[in-house]
Write a protein that binds this ligand. Structure first.
Ligand code: GAR
Length: 199
């Protein structure tokens, strides 16, 4: 049996990347992390990847913007960077750059995204903060997170797994963020296990 190959895209702390690497190490996910890509140089996730001995690449958008190159060109070149690794799954784990069809068309049904909100809620950045504010205004009673197949629309697409995250009246934003991340780490590992089992 061929071991599935993962390419993981990050932009920040990489705690979800870490959850995947640990699940691989502990035999909960049978896969090889072939490449970690970050669009931010100072993303701590790059340090986590290097500590785990996983190949990394830094691929920023800024040179494209500075040269008046399009987002589609960046997306197509990013796909070219990743393609030689023949990923069974491309995981957007805190990747904060919207990917167009110029990327997605190269990996049909293989790109999944983690988002810290329930389907249809708080798409885009600062989702936890916006859910916390909505709770304070009495608009929601809980929030959640989801893993979904990636489509050109931001933080939308067929849902693979989702989980509710309670908000308590005594919560600070940091409390909610901590609870969210703990839930995300489990959800992402479960979603990856589910997809690889179907592959
Ligand atoms: C996670 O909360 C993830 O859901 C979110 O970025 C964070 C990354 O944390 N992604 C989005 O908001 C995508 N729209 P991490 O770097 O510690 O894994």
């Amino acid at each position: 049996m061929k071991i599935p190959r993962l390419v993981i895209l990050i932009s920040g702390s990489g705690s979800n990347l870490q959850a995947i690497l640990e699940a691989i190490e502990h035999g909960q996910i049978t896969a090889v992390p072939s490449l970690i890509v970050s669009n931010r140089k100072d993303a701590y996730g790059l340090v986590r990847a290097e500590k785990a001995g996983v190949l990394t690449a830094y691929f920023p958008f800024k040179p494209y913007r500075d040269a008046d190159k399009s987002r589609e060109q960046y997306d197509a070149d990013l796909a070219e960077l990743i393609r030689p690794y023949h990923p069974n799954l491309v995981i957007l784990a805190g990747w904060m750059h919207i990917l167009s069809a110029a990327f997605l068309e190269h990996f049909p049904d293989k790109v999944i995204n983690l988002h810290p909100a329930l389907p249809g809620q708080f798409a885009g950045t600062h989702a936890i903060q916006r859910a916390f504010a909505a709770y304070q205004r009495g608009e929601i009673e809980h929030t959640g997170c989801m893993v979904h197949y990636t489509v050109p629309e931001v933080d939308a697409g067929p849902v693979i797994a989702q989980a509710e995250v309670p908000i308590l009246p005594t919560d600070s934003l940091v409390d909610l963020e901590t609870r969210m991340h703990q839930t995300e780490h489990k959800l992402l590992v479960t979603a990856v296990q589910t997809i690889l089992a179907e592959d």
